[in-house]
Design a protein around this ligand. Structure first.
Ligand SMILES: Cc1cc2nc3c(=O)[nH]c(=O)nc-3n(C[C@H](O)[C@H](O)[C@H](O)COP(=O)(O)OP(=O)(O)OC[C@H]3O[C@@H](n4cnc5c(N)ncnc54)[C@H](O)[C@@H]3O)c2cc1C
Length: 446
């Protein structure tokens, strides 16, 4: 009997989760992973903490090296960039140091991830200008910091990676100006919440500037600043662009595989694409949003790992289903954190829902503790049904796990009324007797 030939394009979270699952499920399957870079199984999520110095070595971010995967029976080929898929003949062509090579498959997984969006002004080789997506970006930034000792960095884009970078750079004593073209940062939050995070940034020495459209860079070999749409300039000896990401889906599209409205690869719950025998998972693929009831592109490591695992199981005869997403994420901001799940008020309205939101500020511990830090909790509710649509938290590091209660409630399609009755834990050092999310649910259910 011929062994199943599995080819996986992309050797990070989604690709290697799939490969490992396949090894465990069907040890006889021949698994080949094509990775265009030299790093596999790395934590991109840890890159800001490497730059900050919290993670000492870049290698610490690698969960398992290519050699370790090979020892586990997975044929990992680094420096192999897949350049074409012939879905009819079931062959992947890869560009390698030895020229083009072909890899026939019985089942194929596309796990090519996403890339940082580079606005036109950032499409340059100028030194000191970086995006933060992969290990090479972080190493380039680290080299610039060590060699040039920059004093002022302009962060373009107020997304969560920009926020993490702001903290990392302040820890290195670099002045930071965060510029965003919109009227608020963090569009994944409602403006009432993102204003709190902006205030936290300011308190920690970050200058935040809104409605500033960067159109050009100043400098020739090394960056000297940025120019805005109104012609004004801001000197800087380092620029980091965080303008979002776009899925690496071209190779799928060129092979005739359907993309969704988001531009990412369309998949079903089994992670199958429109092309028989071809699966997709992670940042290159869409996922079903359980509150919106439609497919979205929310590129997160949590989803990539789970989708990869589901794809891996199904590629060797399993029947696993990916349960969908609700857009849950958390981010550290200096000594505070924010977290969100589901829809914001703005997103609910955009989706045509009749929604309302409540926001409360509650101590994160029993009130008799001296100066207990407070938590801002915001809940968005569907008007008619009282169904919970989303939650946002800002406060101490307990928000990181508190948000998961709201995420679970979204999976269960709970109303805020039902939420008020959840039996959540309480002891004075960790929580007030009325949990902050329950307080918000109480207010929302009035
Ligand atoms: C700075 C930063 C912080 C983050 N923080 C968090 C966080 O806190 N929480 C969270 O959930 N998520 C976070 N993320 C997102 C998370 O890292 C990604 O969602 C996750 O890495 C996606 O995994 P993936 O395998 O789908 O894609 P990727 O990690 O992008 O991996 C895709 C791989 O495919 C390779 N590849 C692409 N095209 C080809 C080709 N044609 N041939 C061969 N190989 C190819 C790439 O080189 C890459 O190694 C963060 C991301 C960044 C950049």
């Amino acid at each position: 009997m011929q062994l199943a030939r599995i080819v996986i394009i992309g050797g990070d979270a989604a690709g290697m989760s799939a490969a490992s699952k396949i090894r465990r499920t069907d040890p006889d399957a021949q698994v080949t992973v094509l990775e265009k870079g030299i790093w596999v199984s790395y934590s991109a999520c840890g890159l800001p903490f490497f730059l900050q110095g919290v993670v000492p070595e870049i290698g610490d971010l690698v969960a398992r090296t290519a050699q370790e995967h090979r020892a586990n029976g997975i044929d990992v080929r680094t420096n192999h960039e897949a350049v074409g898929i012939d879905a009819r003949r079931r062959v992947v062509t890869a560009s390698t140091e030895e020229g083009e090579q072909t890899f026939p498959y019985d089942k194929l997984l596309i796990a090519t991830g996403a890339r940082a969006r580079r606005p036109a002004f950032a499409d340059t080789d100028m030194g000191g200008v970086d995006v933060l997506r992969g290990i090479p970006d972080a190493l380039s930034m680290r080299t610039h910091i060590e060699r040039r000792r920059p004093r002022h960095c302009v962060l373009v884009g107020g997304g969560y990676i920009g926020i993490e970078m702001a903290e990392a750079l302040r820890a290195l004593d670099i002045e930071v100006t965060l510029v965003d073209h919109g009227s608020s940062i963090l569009k994944i939050l409602d403006a009432e919440m993102s204003a709190l995070i902006a205030a936290c940034l300011t308190e920690n020495g970050v200058t935040v500037r809104y409605e500033r459209d960067v159109t050009e860079l100043v400098g020739t070999d090394i960056v000297g600043g940025v120019t805005f749409a109104d012609g004004s300039t801001l000197p800087a000896d380092m620029v980091v662009v965080g303008a979002g990401v776009e899925p690496n889906a071209e190779i799928a599209r060129e092979a005739g595989i359907a993309l969704g409205d988001t531009g990412a690869i369309r998949v079903d719950a089994a992670q199958r694409t429109s092309q028989f025998h071809v699966y997709a998972a992670g940042d290159c693929a869409e996922a079903r949003h359980l509150v919106l009831g439609r497919d979205v592109h929310i590129p997160l490591g949590t989803t990539a790992n789970k989708q990869g695992r589901v794809a891996g199981e199904n590629m060797v005869g399993g029947n696993a289903k990916f349960g969908g997403v609700v857009g849950t994420m958390v981010c550290k901001v200096f000594d505070r954190a924010f977290a969100r799940t589901g829809l914001t008020q703005a997103q609910a309205e955009q989706a045509g829902m009749h929604a309302r939101s409540v926001q409360v500020e509650v101590p994160s511990r029993a009130g008799y503790y001296e100066n207990p830090p407070t938590i801002h909790a915001r809940m968005t509710v569907e008007q008619r049904s009282g169904r919970l649509l989303g939650a946002q938290l800002y406060g101490d590091d307990t928000v990181a796990k508190r948000i998961d209660v709201a995420a679970t409630a979204l999976h269960a399609r709970m109303t805020v009324e039902e939420f008020t009755q959840l039996d959540l834990s309480y002891t004075p050092p960790f929580s007030p007797v009325w949990d902050p999310l329950v307080v918000a649910a109480n207010v929302a259910s009035r």
